[in-house]
Write a protein that binds this ligand. Structure first.
Ligand SMILES: N=c1c2ncn([C@@H]3O[C@H](COP(=O)(O)OP(=O)(O)OP(=O)(O)O)[C@@H](O)[C@H]3O)c2ncn1[C@@H]1O[C@H](COP(=O)(O)O)[C@@H](O)[C@H]1O
Length: 111
């Protein structure tokens, strides 16, 4: 897994023991799951708007920023529910394996 995702997951876990006023993530945990889900929804909408703007302008900088906010808040949601991002990557890898891409890549590498 990406080292950044792994390290961020560790920080998110550690924030569960931090005082609410000591960090943004600790304050989200303190406010509860509904607030975290509200943030995921808000960042989803902002990402969609940024994608529409990027398609119109050709400038994807806001889209990257908003997608990072969305991924981050999704990771906080998973952590709040006791899930590690590796579980999501495992699921994507499983689907990728089912699609036959892994075998195709291995075949083309051996040719
Ligand atoms: N990746 C992020 C990250 N991305 C976005 N954000 C915060 O998410 C918030 C989203 O912005 P908004 O304007 O929507 O939210 P807001 O107005 O501050 O808050 P609301 O009142 O709307 O809930 C901002 O406060 C951003 O700073 C993040 N906060 C933290 N991290 C990572 O999480 C780690 C732990 O963070 P702390 O717990 O704050 O130390 C940090 O080291 C970072 O790596």
């Amino acid at each position: 897994m990406s080292n950044t995702l792994n390290q961020l997951a560790e920080v998110l876990e550690a924030r569960k023991n931090a005082a609410p006023d000591s960090s943004y993530v600790a304050s989200l945990y303190h406010k509860g799951l509904n607030k975290i889900l509200e943030k995921v929804g808000e960042e989803s909408v902002e990402t969609i708007i940024a994608a529409k703007d990027a398609a119109a302008s050709g400038d994807c900088s806001d889209l990257i920023h908003e997608t990072a906010d969305l991924w981050f808040h999704s990771m906080v949601m998973l952590a709040a529910l006791g899930q590690h991002p590796q579980a999501v990557l495992d699921e994507l890898e499983r689907r990728f394996g089912l699609s036959g891409h892994v075998e195709k890549a291995a075949r083309s590498a051996s040719n």
